[in-house]
Design a protein around this ligand. Structure first.
Ligand code: TMP
Length: 216
């Protein structure tokens, strides 16, 4: 496994409709302006192989997909991203911004699908070794608002969005538990205000960590 070097690994987490993708783009712009070599990526789907796996995962016609298949496909996409892109970029001293990572699996499959933490973390060790984000920004939004925003934003729902409200509530509960358990790594930000306000809060969470990498 490649040494992760001195780079900074930042992940964004939260329900769909919380503005993660917009915030990731804005954060990348700010970090680049500060001189960082930024790789923007997404889970699932950061690599060409990952994009194919993403299509299978989110295709609504795959309604019969077993939860075990789902869990393993998320990690299959992640393993490829970690080894093809994330670790090499960190080893070069760059900043990796990843839209979702293993906290998503802990929340959606661990919480929503009922696998629990231990199973998810065991697979994480196989797919990602000891790699952990240096900082995780969790954009918190209640399940109803998130789903409504995702629905109006996208027009149609993918296989995961189309899960029940109860499923999405258990995903949020799992995220809140994770954030409570790891307050040093996971910064919780209220995603309900406008994008400009959220952007400032995200920058306040990440900028000090980025500055610290400069003196390493
Ligand atoms: P996205 O729409 O934010 O790109 O994410 C795709 C969907 O996949 C989203 O509904 C969350 C879900 N997901 C999981 O269920 N487990 C995971 O490990 C990841 C990365 C995403």
């Amino acid at each position: 496994m490649i040494d992760r070097g001195h780079g900074l690994f930042v992940t964004l987490e939260g329900a769909d409709g919380g503005g993660k993708t917009t915030q990731l783009r804005r954060l990348a712009t700010r970090l680049r302006a500060a001189g960082a070599d930024v790789l923007e990526t997404v889970e699932p789907g950061g690599t060409p192989i990952g994009r194919k796996i993403r299509e299978i995962l989110l295709d609504k016609s795959n309604a019969e997909m077993d939860r075990h298949t789902e869990l393993l496909l998320y990690f299959a996409a992640r393993a490829q991203n970690v080894h093809e892109w994330i670790l090499p970029h960190l080893a070069r001293g760059g900043v990796v911004l990843c839209d979702r990572f293993t906290d998503s699996t802990l929340a959606y499959q661990g919480g929503g699908r009922g696998f629990g933490e231990e199973t998810v973390l065991a697979l994480h060790r196989i797919a990602c070794g000891t790699l952990q984000p240096d900082v995780t920004v969790y954009l918190d939004i209640d399940a109803e608002t998130g789903l409504n925003r995702a629905r109006t934003g996208r027009g149609n729902l993918d296989r995961m969005d189309a899960q029940s409200l109860e499923f999405h509530r258990s995903v949020r509960a799992a995220y809140l538990r994770l954030a409570e358990a790891e307050p040093e790594r996971i910064v919780t930000i209220d995603a309900s205000p406008g994008a400009n306000e959220v952007e400032l809060a995200v920058w306040a969470a990440v900028a000090p960590r980025w500055e610290r990498t400069l003196v390493r």
